[in-house]
Design a protein around this ligand. Structure first.
Ligand code: DOR
Ligand code: ZN
Length: 396
């Protein structure tokens, strides 16, 4: 496929030629090879497809909220071709076989590839780490998302094992004894502990959904000291503040001061990537207090509108945070995240110039729990291409 007359992230003319599932050439006015499919992309911006470090597709056990097919469709509609899935399923994903089954199913559907994380403690019991000792080499990321590991000694041992076995710890930072009365302190305490453990044991640590100004500064300081710490921020923690939105999500929507601190951390390179924390729930479960929101299909437009349009951040930086930065965290950067010859032919085309209105009812996700319903955004996804083939095209 030859994508013609698009713009790159700096607004310059850009053609991209995709062949055999890889990017064959990137340039201006590339010659059309005979019999090649042409995509006329005038007015659109071409970027490497997005990669999400933090996503919930709810398989196994909660398929009534989302399944791999609907999660894949939502990802494709959001410009994603790869997601990293959290293990808070039913049962909890604590073994390689379960993880591989999810990954295989996603590959079979073919809209978006997935890595499935394995839990830090077995079945989220908070104590048992034995399963980590026998994990095969293809399992590289462990997470206790939704909870966090509470016990210091257990987490210390988990970090020591992770270092020895080359695992990356993905941390949902929440002290659950503290969070019912002070979720800010709950996030800060666990961030401090986990950054320290990463330094102490030389472990690769990825801090998920960092949301407070104190926590983001702890990550900044740990990185300055050379710790192997990366972090993500979510679109919702950038877009909303607690004066604008009351919506149950963990960590909670923070203050305008926190939002400013996250934007500053994006500018100074503390933030490695954007993570959606796409968390589908039915209306009934939301009414019962389930935390989280869907996010795959609005992530780019929310971040583009907030960071580039409102804060003046270069699109190149946002593109890094949604593709190459995540590829680095997930060790995919030898084949994904860049528009360059030899990289996977995973590409997204976005319309940056026209405002559109989010309609939650029209989302591809099985759940429609989006607080962006009715929001006016720039940066609608027009097409997603994975391995050289369309996985999504918007209705024009
Ligand atoms: O709001 C959230 N929802 N935060 C989490 O950590 C988990 C997620 C979910 O799985 O629903
Ligand atoms: Zn979480």
């Amino acid at each position: 496929m030859l994508i013609r007359h698009a713009k790159d992230c700096n607004g310059r003319p850009c053609d991209v030629w995709l062949r055999g599932g890889k990017i064959a050439a990137v340039g201006v006015d590339l010659p059309a090879p005979p019999q090649e499919e042409i995509f006329e992309a005038k007015g659109l911006t071409v970027l490497p497809a997005f990669i999400d470090p933090h996503c919930h597709w709810r398989t196994p056990g909660f398929e009534y909220k989302e399944d791999i097919a609907t999660g894949s469709a939502a990802a494709a509609a959001g410009g994603y071709t790869f997601v990293n899935l959290m293990p808070n399923t039913k049962p909890v994903c604590s073994d390689a076989e379960t993880a591989r089954a999810v990954q295989r199913k996603a590959a079979e559907i073919g809209l978006c590839d997935a890595n499935q994380c394995v839990s830090i403690t077995q079945n989220f019991d908070g104590r048992t780490l034995d399963h980590l000792l026998t994990l095969p080499e293809d399992v590289r990321f462990i997470s206790e998302d939704g909870h966090g590991v509470q016990d210091n000694a257990v987490m210390a041992r988990a970090f020591a094992i992770a270092t020895e076995r080359g695992l990356t710890v993905m941390s949902h930072a929440e002290d659950m004894e503290v969070s019912p009365w002070d979720y800010r302190l709950a996030e800060n305490l666990e961030t401090l502990r986990n950054c320290h453990l990463a330094e102490y044991y030389g472990t690769r640590l990825h801090m998920c959904h960092v949301s407070t100004r104190e926590s983001i500064d702890m990550v900044r300081q740990a990185r300055r000291r050379g710790a192997l710490v990366s972090c993500e921020v979510t679109p919702h923690h950038l877009w909303f503040d607690d004066k604008r939105l009351q919506y149950k999500v963990n960590p909670p929507i923070r203050t305008a001061e926190d939002v400013k601190a996250l934007v500053a951390a994006i500018r100074d390179g503390t933030v490695s990537c954007i993570g959606t924390d796409h968390a589908p729930h039915t209306a009934e479960d939301k009414a019962k207090g389930a935390a989280g929101m869907v996010g795959l299909e609005t992530a780019f437009a929310v971040c583009y509108t907030k960071l580039c349009r409102m804060e003046g951040l270069p699109l190149e930086m946002l593109s890094f945070l949604m593709s190459s930065g995540t590829a680095q965290v997930l060790d995919l950067d030898d084949r994904k995240g860049l528009l360059a010859p030899g990289y996977d032919a995973d590409v997204v085309l976005a319309d940056l110039d026209h405002m559109y209105t989010v309609e939650a009812a029209k989302l591809h996700s099985k759940s429609k729990n989006s607080p962006y319903d009715g929001e006016h955004l720039y940066g609608r996804i027009v097409a997603t291409i994975k391995a050289g083939k369309f996985t999504y095209r918007s209705e024009q």
